[in-house]
Design a protein around this ligand. Structure first.
Ligand code: ADP
Length: 479
C-alpha cells in the first residue's frame, strides 16, 4: 500500500510537541510492516540537514500561485533512517519557513495554506498512484478539499491531534490558494457560534474519508459541546467516518537502555531494584547540576504551558510538593505572553530553592533526563487528545498523575486492584481534587508504588499495535 503523510512536524528534525513524534513513530511502524511510506514536510531552516542522508533536489523548480503571485518552489528528497522524506522549499518572498521557529507567527494560516497548495502542485507533477493520503491537523487539512477533484487519490485520512487549533481564516485566505465553489464551502460555517466563519480543519473534516482523533475517548469527547470547540455539530454529522486510534511512542526515540542523554541507562525488563537504582543515579545527576535535593520524591511536568494543560494545577503543585518534602520540576514554555510571564515570576520566587526547578524553555536532552529521574509525572489537562508524556513516563519508570480525559483516560488506570494500577487519576477539574490525588500519590507506600511503577514499565506502548489499527482502517478505506 502506498501511504503519503503530509504534516507540519517530523521528530526529531522538527518538533514542537506530540505531532512530530506521531509522524516518525507511525511512519517507522508502517514501513516496518512493509508498506511504502512517504512523508512531506516544509523545509524549515531549523531542520538539522546533517541528520539526513541522500538529500537531493527531487523537483528543482515548480510553481504555485498565492493569489495572483506565482511563486517558485523546490522539492527535496532525503532519507531519515529508513523513511522517505520530501522537504518542500518554498521560495516565498515572506520567507514563510525560514524564521527559526515552527509556529507562532501572525501569518501562520497563510504559511500553511501556501505549503498545502504547493504540495498539491508537486503531487500533480508526480502523478503518483497514492492509496492513502494522510493529512495531520489544520496545517494540512485544506489539502483534502483542494485535491479532491484534481488528483487521483484513493482515500484521504485526516488525523486530529488537537481540535482546539483549526486554522481559522477569512475567505480571502482560502481563495488565495484556489479554493472555490463547493470545495470552498466545505471550509465555511466552521464554528456553530460564528456562522460566517471559515477554517481549514472543517474543510478537511468534510472532505476526508476517515477522520482519526488520536484516542478512542477523545473521538467520543469531540462530539460533545464541552470538547467540540464549535465543530461538534459537523463532527456529529460525520460520526460514521470517525475512528479513534490511540498513539504509541517511538521506542527508538524513547529507549532508556540506549538513551544517550541519560547518566544511567536501564532496560524496562530489568529487575525493578536495578531500575530504581538507575533512576536514583539520574536524579543525583540532575540534583548536582541544578542544586536540588536528591533524597526526595520528585514530581514534575514536561509540557507546553497553555490553558489546555492546566497551568493552575501545575502552579498549585509547587507548594504542595514542597510541603510533602518532595522536589518539583517543570520543563516547559508558553506561547502565551501572560502565562510565560506568570511562570517567570514563579521562577524568580523559587530561585535557589532546592525543592523547585522551573526551566522555562524547550530542551530535548533535559526532557529525557527528567523522564528518567522523576518519580511522578503530572498531566492535569483540561483536555488531552492522547498525551505522550504519560506513556514516555511509564516507559521510563515514572508514574503518571493525570486528569481523566481523552487519551489519559485510555492509558492511565487508578484501580482498586493494585495489579492493574499504573498511575493516579482525578476527574473533577478542581485544585482540591488535583491536590488530593497528588497527596495520595506522594504518600503511597513505597512497596505499592513499586508495583504501580512495574505495571507501567511492562505495558507495551509501542507503535506496533496502533500501526496495525491504522492498517485495518486503511484497508477498509480501500474497499
Ligand atoms: P502536546 O502534543 O499536546 O504538546 P504530548 O504529551 O502529546 O503533548 O507531547 C508532548 C511532547 O513534547 C513530549 O514528547 C514531551 O516530552 C515534549 N515536550 C513538551 N514540552 C517540552 C519541553 N519544554 N522541552 C522538551 N520536550 C518537551
Amino acid at each position: 500500500m502506498h501511504i503519503v503523510h503530509i504534516a507540519a512536524e517530523f521528530a526529531p528534525l522538527v518538533k514542537a510537541g506530540g505531532l512530530g513524534e506521531v509522524l516518525i513513530g507511525l511512519s517507522r511502524a508502517l514501513t516496518s510492516l512493509g508498506e511504502k511510506v512517504d512523508v512531506i514536510i516544509p523545509k524549515y531552516d531549523l531542520i538539522p540537514t546533517n541528520l539526513l542522508s541522500n538529500l537531493q533536489k527531487e523537483v528543482p523548480h515548480f510553481t504555485a500561485y498565492e493569489g495572483s503571485q506565482e511563486i517558485s518552489n523546490t522539492m527535496w528528497s532525503a532519507q531519515f533512517e529508513n523513511i522517505n522524506l520530501h522537504l518542500l522549499e518554498m521560495h516565498h518572498p515572506q520567507k514563510y519557513f525560514n524564521r527559526g521557529e515552527i509556529y507562532g507567527f501572525p501569518d501562520d494560516v497563510p504559511r500553511f495554506l501556501y505549503f498545502s497548495k504547493a504540495t498539491v502542485e508537486y503531487l500533480k507533477i508526480k502523478q503518483l498512484p497514492i492509496d492513502i493520503l494522510h493529512l495531520h491537523d489544520w496545517h494540512t487539512a485544506a489539502i483534502a478539499p483542494l485535491i479532491r477533484d484534481s488528483i487521483k487519490v484513493h482515500s484521504i485520512a485526516l488525523s486530529i491531534h488537537n481540535l482546539e487549533h483549526q486554522g481559522k481564516c477569512g475567505i480571502k485566505d482560502l481563495e488565495a490558494i484556489g479554493l472555490s465553489g463547493s470545495a470552498l464551502s466545505k471550509c465555511h460555517g466552521a464554528d456553530s457560534r460564528y456562522p460566517d466563519s471559515y477554517n481549514t480543519l472543517k474543510g478537511g473534516i468534510e472532505s476526508s474519508d476517515a477522520i482519526i482523533p488520536v484516542s478512542p475517548t477523545y473521538a467520543k469527547e469531540i462530539l460533545t459541546h464541552q470538547y467540540g470547540c464549535g465543530l461538534d455539530p459537523i463532527l456529529s454529522k460525520r460520526k460514521s467516518h470517525i475512528y479513534g486510534i490511540l498513539n504509541g511512542i517511538d521506542e527508538l526515540l524513547w529507549d532508556p537502555s540506549t538513551d544517550q542523554h541519560l547518566k544511567a541507562r536501564f532496560k524496562t525488563t530489568d529487575p525493578l531494584e536495578k531500575i530504581i537504582a538507575a533512576k536514583k543515579e539520574n536524579k543525583s545527576f540532575l540534583a548536582n547540576r541544578f542544586n536540588l535535593k536528591a533524597d526526595a520524591p520528585w514530581v514534575g511536568a514536561i509540557t507546553r504551558i497553555v490553558p489546555q494543560k492546566g497551568p493552575e494545577f501545575l502552579e498549585a503543585a509547587i507548594e504542595q510538593t514542597i510541603k510533602n518534602g518532595g522536589v518539583y520540576t517543570l520543563l516547559g514554555s508558553s506561547p502565551i505572553h501572560d502565562l510565560q510571564h506568570q511562570f517567570e515570576q514563579l521562577k524568580k520566587h523559587y530561585q535557589n530553592n532546592p525543592q523547585v526547578l522551573l526551566q522555562l524553555d524547550f530542551d530535548e536532552a533535559l526532557a529525557h533526563q527528567l523522564y528518567a529521574a522523576l518519580d511522578f509525572i503530572l498531566l492535569p489537562s483540561h483536555f488531552e487528545p492522547c498525551g505522550l508524556a504519560q506513556l514516555i513516563g511509564m516507559h521510563y519508570g515514572t508514574t503518571p498523575i493525570v486528569r481523566l480525559t481523552g487519551g489519559l483516560k485510555d492509558t492511565v488506570f487508578d484501580t482498586k486492584e493494585i495489579s492493574k494500577q499504573n498511575g493516579f487519576t482525578f476527574e473533577e477539574p478542581t485544585i482540591q481534587a488535583f491536590l488530593h490525588t497528588l497527596n495520595r500519590a506522594m504518600k503511597i507506600d513505597p512497596e505499592k508504588h513499586a508495583i504501580i511503577r512495574h505495571n507501567g514499565l511492562k505495558t507495551n506502548f509501542g507503535w506496533e499495535k496502533p500501526a496495525n489499527n491504522y492498517m485495518t482502517l486503511y484497508r477498509t478505506l480501500l474497499i
